[in-house]
Design a protein around this ligand. Structure first.
Ligand code: APR
Length: 169
């Protein structure tokens, strides 16, 4: 059971083996943390995403799935791209947010990553309430086999997100 850490900051600056990108199914970039990763990581990341789309992921990445690419110019070694569920008041999509964290941990561990950093997946453009996302993220990581890692870190971009995660840690 690796220790769980919280940090207030920019995921793209994390000197860890793997950072997790809150991507979309196209894998071809977007705004938020996805945009920051591609902007700062450089074109190699998109090139590898395009190769994934030309190959096994021809139809894109399904919600909850995870796949890795280089991290390009970022301090991290890999980017694990995952697609979070869009919040819905009508439908409980929690299991898909659980899948994002479980599958990202598994992909990172399969690469040999020893350290990993997550953003608050789905809590931006995808509108998932922070408190609920924090509860699901922390409980999923706690329940997972994280023995492959020295630590699992959540990197929160603002104080409100940080406080939401701190409240459930
Ligand atoms: N470092 C850490 N966290 C960040 C950063 C950053 N540089 N930039 C944004 N965030 C935070 C947001 O504040 C939010 O708490 O990441 C969390 C997730 O927000 P989004 O990036 O909007 O991701 P999400 O809600 O999962 O929506 C994904 O948005 O950017 C597009 O292409 C992406 O279509 C996809 C959708």
């Amino acid at each position: 059971m690796a220790p769980l850490e919280l940090t207030l900051g920019d995921l793209t600056e994390q000197p860890v083996d793997a950072i997790v990108n809150a991507a979309n199914s196209s894998l071809l970039g977007g705004g938020g943390v996805d945009g920051a990763i591609h902007r700062k990581g450089g074109p190699e990341i998109l090139a590898e995403c395009r190769a994934l789309r030309a190959g096994h992921y021809g139809k894109g990445l399904r919600t909850g799935q995870a796949v890795a690419t280089t991290a390009g110019r970022l301090p991290a070694r890999w980017v694990v791209h995952t697609v979070g569920p869009v919040w819905s008041a009508a439908e409980d999509r929690s299991s898909l947010l659980v899948d994002c964290h479980r599958n990202s941990l598994a992909v990172a561990a399969s690469l040999g990553a020893r350290t990993i950093a997550f953003p608050a997946i789905s809590t931006g453009v995808y509108q998932w309430p922070l408190e609920d996302a924090a509860r699901i993220a922390v409980s999923t990581v706690r329940d997972a086999d994280t023995s492959a890692f020295e630590f699992v870190r959540f990197v929160l971009f603002d104080q409100r997100a940080y406080d939401a995660f701190a409240a459930v840690l």
